[in-house]
Design a protein around this ligand. Structure first.
Ligand code: NDP
Length: 450
């Protein structure tokens, strides 16, 4: 008789958990999974995927406007929020089904219910079923955090925004991070009056300063109102709308107030402390390079570990875990030079160091160009793309690439390969330009601007 019911029990069927479960099963492990909400996790159900669908939806307003300069007359347009939400939901249902079938196909036993850790080798499901397992993988992700203040219960988060019955005509969005800035663009593009409220003086802290300024200016030009150095002190309901009280004493009406003020790891009440697992200050599971906690049989991957809260990173961590434990090939997840995109409007693609970070490390050359993309010549849209490259002065190694504008998420994936390979500025320069494109700027920047 087997010593344990399972070789591996995974709690959380999001990007990281499902990858770990599948790969472990492919290597011969007997794997169980529990998920309290829906298969696919935050990214598929209420994150990256529905968000990107909504970004597409919101970009049509620009396209209709831009068409005129190319000779088109676009007739009366109108937007149906309910139709977008319904179509989006159909697609999310389809993807959730695929996640379930992927687990079936790999021979993984899955349970749609909450699971808690009882001890280092035991998990218990909400219905009372208890399983023994050689290893436990915690992949429970994160959840939106809303600070407490009078009326904070009236605010919504990114969990609710995807399911509203109506599009808010007046939206207040709090936060300066990825989610706040992306939703400011989405709702603005769909025709809402959007105010983005941020407690400091420029959105997207942690990104390159020139990129932040460029995006903020472009978003403002498209109609987003920024209230910098401002907090919300209270919310109250009046009739069918909300009244927002700001820290400067002013008030404004809104239909919805979206808080995107960060996410916290989902570690509450899942038995980790009882099993002896060390949590960090923010409640995150503390792990080593192999995603192992201080309890040898318990591992954790993805947002719950608060390393790099990005889906492809969680997937890599899940894969590395499975190969380490069940293929006897120790692999540490690689968190260096991770390219990423922010689907603001305009979009950001970025990899490597910002100018500010690179300066701390040594002497650098900065190549930067802001230019009008070809599309904007006939459309008449007042917009500029930004391309920026940070190069180490001595080695000429490219330390960072930052792009703002249409298609930059696509471009940075490829620039990310070159930077990961250790490309120098000369390597970029000897690559022939693809003409006419925006990305050719990356191989034609001749003189550093500073
Ligand atoms: P972020 O950590 O990116 O941003 C949180 C924002 O909220 C910051 O601007 C922060 O301000 C502000 N904030 C925090 N606490 C308060 C408070 N008490 N009052 C007012 N403002 C506050 O979190 P998000 O929720 O936007 O996103 C979570 C994570 O999800 C991201 O870190 C990212 O890794 C991931 N994500 C990735 C996406 C992508 O790849 N495109 C898209 C969406 C999410 P301050 O700067 O002062 O700390």
């Amino acid at each position: 008789m087997a010593e344990f019911d399972f070789d591996l029990f995974v709690i959380g069927a999001g990007s990281g958990g499902v990858r770990a479960a599948r790969i472990s099963a492919q290597h011969g492990a007997k794997v169980g999974v529990a998920e309290e909400y829906r298969y696919g996790g935050t990214c598929v159900i209420r994150g990256c995927v529905p968000k990107k669908l909504m970004v597409y939806a919101s970009s049509f307003s620009d396209a209709f406007e831009d068409a005129a300069g190319f000779g088109w007359t676009v007739g009366q347009t109108s937007f149906d929020w309910s139709k977008l939400i319904a179509n989006k939901d159909t697609e999310i249902d389809r993807l959730e089904g695929i996640y379930g079938r992927l687990m079936d196909g790999a021979g993984v036993t899955h349970h749609k219910q909450r699971a808690v850790v009882v001890d280092p080798h035991t998990v218990r499901l909400a219905d009372g079923q208890t399983f023994s397992t050689k290893y436990i993988l915690v992949a429970t992700g994160g959840t939106p955090f809303v600070p407490e203040f009078p009326g904070s219960e009236l605010a919504i988060t990114s969990n609710e925004i995807f399911h509203l019955d109506q599009m808010p005509k007046r939206a207040v969005i709090v936060g300066g991070g990825y989610i706040a800035s992306e939703f400011a663009g989405i709702l603005n593009g769909l025709g809402a009056a959007v105010t983005q409220v941020y407690r400091r003086d420029l959105i997207l802290r942690g990104f390159d300063d020139e990129v932040r300024q460029h995006v903020s200016d472009e978003m403002a030009a498209r109609g987003v109102t920024f209230r910098y150095n401002t907090d919300i002190t209270a919310l109250r309901k009046e009739g069918d709308h909300l009244v927002v009280s700001y820290s400067d004493g002013s008030e404004a009406e809104a239909d919805q107030v979206l808080y995107a003020t960060g996410r916290i790891p989902n570690t509450k009440g899942i038995g980790l402390e009882g099993a002896g697992v060390v949590l960090g200050k923010g409640g995150e599971v503390v792990v080593d390079a192999y995603s192992q906690t201080n309890v040898p049989s318990i591992f954790a991957v993805g947002d719950v570990t608060d390393r790099l809260a990005l889906t492809p990173v969680a997937i890599r961590e899940g894969q590395a875990f499975a190969e380490t434990i069940f293929a006897s090939q120790p692999v540490a997840a690689d968190h260096a030079l991770v390219p990423t995109a922010v689907f603001t409007q305009p979009e950001i693609g970025t990899t490597g160091l910002t100018e500010e970070q690179a300066r701390e490390e040594g002497e650098i050359e900065v190549y930067s160009a802001a230019f009008r993309p070809m599309m904007a010549t006939l459309s008449g849209r007042e917009e500029k793309m930004l391309m920026k490259m940070i190069v180490a002065k001595d080695s000429q190694k490219v330390l960072g690439v930052h792009i703002v504008g249409h298609g930059s998420g696509e471009m940075i994936q490829l620039a990310g390969v070159a930077v990961k390979m250790g490309a120098t500025k000369a390597d970029f320069d000897r690559t022939v330009a693809v003409h006419p494109t925006a990305s050719e700027e990356l191989v034609t920047m001749k003189t550093p601007v500073r």
